[in-house]
Design a protein. Structure first.
Length: 140
């Protein structure tokens, strides 16, 4: 190898090293915030897709799955609310309970899932409510 080629390779390796170093710093910041943030403050959690990591693509694909399924969270949220809720509002509460998705529109996932769960009825556009059934009669 010639001296010029070696220098060019060294420059490329330094750039790659800097990109990876930036990614490590960003992930360490994410983990530090994540460990300190209680799940009740879901809106303030720094999500991986919000972390600036130059040179790293498709960061949303690395999000770990949640501690609760989206379907289970939807049921819990609606049972506790005892009132009709819009899909976006359900998602905020489900996220606080530990549900996760890599979808760009998590409220759309909520709307799709809620429509397929027994006991949940659609009462308006992207609006759902939980109904209990006793002796074949619907009770809210």
């Amino acid at each position: 190898m010639e001296s010029a080629q070696i220098k060019e390779l060294l420059i490329q390796l330094r750039e790659e090293h800097q990109t990876l170093s930036n990614a490590i710093v960003a992930l360490e910041q994410y983990l530090a915030v994540r460990e300190k943030t209680p799940s009740a403050k879901a809106k303030e959690i720094l999500r991986p897709e919000q972390v600036q990591m130059p040179g790293i693509k498709e960061i949303g694909k690395t999000v770990p799955k949640g501690s609760i399924s989206i379907r289970q969270a939807i049921v819990e949220v609606l049972k506790q609310a005892k009132r009709p809720m819009r899909a976006a509002e359900i998602w905020e509460h489900a996220y606080a309970r530990g549900a996760r998705t890599t979808a760009k529109r998590p409220d759309a996932i909520v709307a799709l899932s809620a429509g397929a769960i027994d006991g949940i009825e659609k009462v308006g556009p992207r609006t759902f409510v939980w109904f209990e059934y006793k002796d074949g009669q619907r009770q809210q």
